[in-house]
Design a protein around this ligand. Sequence first.
Ligand code: TXA
Ligand code: MG
Length: 541
Amino acid sequence: MKTQILNPNTDPTAIPLAAQILRDGGLVVIPTETVYGLAANALDADAVRKIYEAKGRPSDNPLIVHISSFEEIRPLVRDVPESARRLAEKFWPGPLTIILPKSGAIPDVTSGGLDTVAIRMPSHPVARAVIEAAGVPLAAPSANISGFPSPSKVESAADDMTGRVPLILDGGDCAVGVESTVITLATKTPRVLRPGGITPEMLRETLGEVEIDKAVLDPLEKNETAASPGMKYKHYSPKTRIKIYRGTQKGYLRYFDRHPAQGLFALCFDQTAPLLKVPVVTMGSENDGLSQTRRLFDALRELDEKGAACAVAQCPVPEGIGLAVCNRLFRAAGFDFIDEAPVVGLTGQTGAGKSTVCRVFEAYGFRVIDTDRIAREITEKGSPVLSELANVFGREILDKDGALIRAELARRAFSSKENTRLLNSVTHPAILRETAERAFALSEKNIPCVLDVPLLFQSGADAYCDVTVAVTAPFETRKRRIMARDGLDEAAAVLRMGAQEDESFYTSRADIIIENPDGGDPTDDARSAAERIRTVYGGKA
Ligand code: TXA
Ligand code: MG
């Protein structure tokens, strides 16, 4: 079949031609404000059958019937409830589809054998003009091959439908970019079956209580039936395999460093793109859901065009219109998630109470990584760090079995500033590497961890952390704690404290500050910090 692409803005024959084809039982691709639709006369069963054929769509997946004025709804449904009237008044014309019990006028093919029908009044002027000119309601699913991303640009519709339809109308890029919100009024409480440009919050303002179908964000269980048959099919999927990264922004960047692979792309927000070294396809602005819906399907198609084997996507926030982005993206990925837990860096002056805070974090499922212990472990017998130290400070630091004599190393390393510097230059990078490796390994298992590092900022370990926490306490408090804990006299305690940075060094750098004064209880602060980190960044308990 030869396919014509006409733009009604410049070609006055386009709309009348479309109307003629539709009245004659043919198919036309029309633009709408959501996505391009593959339209046929909704009341003509034979015409509707052609839609299923052209898309390769399963016959039990019902279509949406498009109308151009509210009066047209009456013959299509058994009854127009007050709630439908209110929704129409508020959101039509626009990206909202309403499901109601159908009348006898709707053929079974159009409603996929259900006794309800989905109706929507689009706002795109070309869509409205075509419906009016055709004089019949139009059944129109998205104009893509079934299972692939919906077309939000005329080029995408042409890619999928050329040769399958006689006419494609060019109405420019779709303003919303994902399909309409589908709400059913056929249940006791109105329920959103598919999120879209009209958010649950907007619907609740008009209707009061509105449920969100479980299938919106979760895969169906084996024995569950879909309230909306479209939800049970693999959907919106490009050829590129999509995975969704759920973790922090730093973790996302790290993922690509730690998993280099041929053909691996990042599907990321505009703001993240410049931070990545792998090939990227962007999917809109981080805090602007509408820019994401506009971009999403085009981005998925772009991945295929670029021959990406796999793309790891950033996860949008499933709120407002972001719910629609997540709904489409999760399906495109077949619910394949990469969940990584946050790495928290904990620091503070000696005696401030880091250990107390560590215990609280542990109660919240965090693993504590103790860098002092790592420092000891990396100098165990036979380790590369130990042989490096023996090269620098002499074999006399080793006993006859080749184990480190710590006192001997200390004697030599602390004999001069220069030697101390030498010691640190051997051990610090190794400690840092090992600490980061352990933290990342936990994060990749989705186990959150806390790095207990006195010199967090000074050593650069904070670069590996998603969140940094500083514990503070007044001078006198810390002094008393150090004296009690380490059995020091006052002078020795003060000397040790004097070697440290002052409090503002920590408080000006940390993301979260936990105060731990005498008689105070740092556990409340610590608990709320741990909870906050878990809610924002996740990780399994
Ligand atoms: O924005 C849109 O709605 C676009 C444009 C072209 O208007 N159309 C669209 O149609 O997205 P389609 O066929 O791709 O998606 C229709 C969705 C499917 O998930 C289908 O299962 C559901 O609506 N649906 C249709 N009628 C239904 C019914 N009676 N009960 C439950 N779900 C229904
Ligand atoms: Mg579709």
